[in-house]
Design a protein around this ligand. Structure first.
Ligand code: FDA
Length: 310
């Protein structure tokens, strides 16, 4: 892991930095590259635009590690409203939640109740709930709650991170459930005892996990694969695999973040590949934004440019 990436990820957890950075106009301006706005309306408007271009969307409200049950319930109510607004506006839009937003740090059963309430409403509206994967201490509780949720609500999917050694075994243990899984590389700072330190190994594991999930055996069990990457090389290799082995369209989709690799997103849409774009919104964007910078430290130059353009 590069020094810059390590510094940015460490910065993402700094309260001191967060309190200062969020006040500066030039930081806020550079955030707008990755986020259409702080309000739910901004996100839904972006969903509408992307739908007109041919992409599905996912929305997620930023915020993690809440400290009271009331906050977790208020986030749950917020997402219920989002699900209703999506339905009213006939948008091809799903939601994605972090379990720490639903109260995982406070009380696992409370978190499950909140998750189940969202899954139930989404099911009633013919929609879908994705569960994000957070840093390693949360992997076991997240998978536990996912297993309990999918037992009742098949319209719930979970994210697995290719940088973790354990993800191959986690994938095998989940396959009998016929799950929808979003594969990503992983965005947190993890030690080499738990995660591949070299990008090349993460990429190789991403391909191997995707191939397993797109394979006939997994599909026969009902699995679906969301390929969550902006890596053009991986996208191309997986397109080749999908075409060569005749993976049916309804069993996979590409997923990317708003504002990242827009050219690749357009090419996928033009080529008729299923694409869903994840749109974040909300006021608590600092840790999330630092993770986006860490993914591509060259992004720091965008901040510097917006600083000059002040
Ligand atoms: P990689 O980092 O190799 O980037 C490939 C190319 O994409 C780069 O060369 C660059 O061109 C471009 N790129 C990537 N990131 C960029 C950025 N921030 N700014 C500008 N260009 C960039 N992580 C996690 O731990 N838990 C989760 O729940 C999720 N959820 C999630 C959902 C979806 C839909 C996506 C697409 C991603 C996530 N992630 C995530 C984030 C993920 O783990 C990972 O950090 C990023 O996707 C970046 O990795 P790539 O696969 O894009 O490859």
């Amino acid at each position: 892991m590069s020094v810059m990436r390590r510094a940015l990820l460490a910065g993402s957890q700094s309260v001191w930095l967060r309190e200062r950075a969020m006040r500066y106009g030039f930081v806020r301006r550079s955030v707008s590259r990755f986020m259409p706005g702080e309000r739910m309306d901004d996100a839904l408007e972006a969903c509408r635009r992307l739908q007109a271009e041919g992409a599905g969307t996912i929305v997620t409200r930023l915020g993690e590690n809440l400290t009271s049950a009331a906050e977790a319930e208020s986030v749950t109510d917020h997402y219920r409203e989002v699900l209703q607004r999506i339905d009213d506006s006939k948008l091809n839009t799903q939601i994605s939640v972090k379990l720490t937003q639903l109260g995982l740090d406070l009380d696992r059963e409370l978190c499950l109740r909140n998750l189940m309430a969202l899954a139930e409403q989404a099911s009633r509206l013919g929609n879908f709930v994705w569960i994000d994967m957070e840093a390693t201490p949360y992997v076991d509780p997240t998978l536990d709650l996912f297993r309990r949720a999918i037992d009742r609500w098949p319209n719930v999917g979970v994210c697995l991170q290719a940088y973790l050694y354990r993800s191959a075994a986690d994938l095998e243990s989940l396959l009998p459930l016929g799950p929808a899984i979003r594969l990503v590389k992983g965005a947190y700072m993890e030690p080499p005892e738990l995660a591949y330190p070299r990008k090349r190994d993460v990429d190789a594991n991403f391909y191997a996990l995707s191939a397993r999930l797109l394979g006939e055996d997994a599909r026969r069990r009902g699995a679906r694969c969301a390929i969550g990457t902006h890596d053009p090389r991986l996208v191309e290799r997986l397109q080749d695999l999908i075409t060569r082995t005749g993976v049916p369209r309804e069993t996979f989709e590409f997923e990317m973040l708003y504002g990242i690799q827009r050219g690749l997103q357009s090419r996928l849409i033009r080529g008729g590949w299923p694409l869903r774009v994840l749109i974040s919104y909300g006021e608590y964007w600092f840790p999330w934004y630092m993770r986006r910078l860490a993914e591509r430290p060259a992004n720091v130059t965008f901040i510097l440019r917006s600083m000059v353009a002040r």
